[in-house]
Ligand binder design. Structure first.
Ligand code: URA
Length: 226
């Protein structure tokens, strides 16, 4: 984004925050002027291309040094449901696609159990690059990568978000949130309903927890049908 656009975006945010302080919660947008002013132009596909280029250029944390591929996302940009996982693993790093290993196979089954196909949803992660040895992402890595996830949410504009596991849930709801406490609850991220559930990798290690994840997915399905 150019400096001019950045300062327009800042001024616009300031203006909207002022309106919000006075209780204004909705503003009718005049044509595409505002979107253009803040640099949000082009189709979903064009925005994804720009995002992909940005991720591939990213040097905000050292993870880019060891990657084979940055892993952006998979599925349709027109999805009503977005799944967000933690970070690419070994297989995802090699293929450049999220959730293609064992946890991915279970996620695909979970989606199919909901009566959908994997291609009907959008799947991505908090981190776009694999942490060494699949260790848990560091707070600074999550902070560096979050703008990319937010842009993906802005592009897809899902009706419902489902976070998979503690990392994605903390990234969007706050670092002190516990997945075992909040799973299945209907929370919100910037106006979009968000339901946290267990990560498929956790479910592979703890099959007894699958019934809880299924209950959570039924909540997701109900929200999608509303
Ligand atoms: N686990 C994740 O959180 N994401 C992937 O893409 C694969 C495994």
């Amino acid at each position: 984004m150019s400096d001019e656009r950045r300062s327009l975006a800042r001024a616009l945010r300031h203006h909207l925050e002022g309106l919000s302080a006075f209780g204004v919660s909705e503003v009718p947008l005049p044509s595409g002027e505002i979107a253009e002013a803040v640099g949000v132009t082009g189709s979903k596909e064009e925005r994804l291309v720009r995002l992909t280029e940005e991720v591939e250029r990213c040097r905000r944390c050292p993870l880019y040094r060891a990657r084979t591929h940055a892993v952006i996302g998979d599925g349709t940009l027109h999805a009503r449901l977005m799944f967000i996982g933690e970070a690419p693993g070994r297989e995802e790093d090699l293929q450049g696609l999220p959730f293609v290993g064992a946890a991915g196979a279970l996620l695909t089954k979970m989606i199919e159990a909901m009566g959908m196909r994997r291609g009907d949803v959008y799947i991505c992660n908090v981190l776009k690059d694999r942490p060494p040895g699949n260790r848990t992402p560091l707070p600074e890595e999550m902070e560096a990568c979050l703008p990319f996830l937010r842009e993906q949410m802005g592009i897809v504009q899902p009706k419902v978000i489902c976070t998979l596991g503690a990392v994605a849930t903390k990234a969007l709801l706050g670092p002190h949130v516990s997945i075992t406490k909040v799973r299945g609850e209907v929370r919100e991220y910037e106006g979009t309903p968000l339901i946290p559930t267990f990560h498929p990798a956790y479910l592979l290690r703890n099959p007894a927890a699958k019934r809880f994840a299924w209950a959570d997915l039924k909540t997701v399905k109900k929200l999608l049908e509303e």
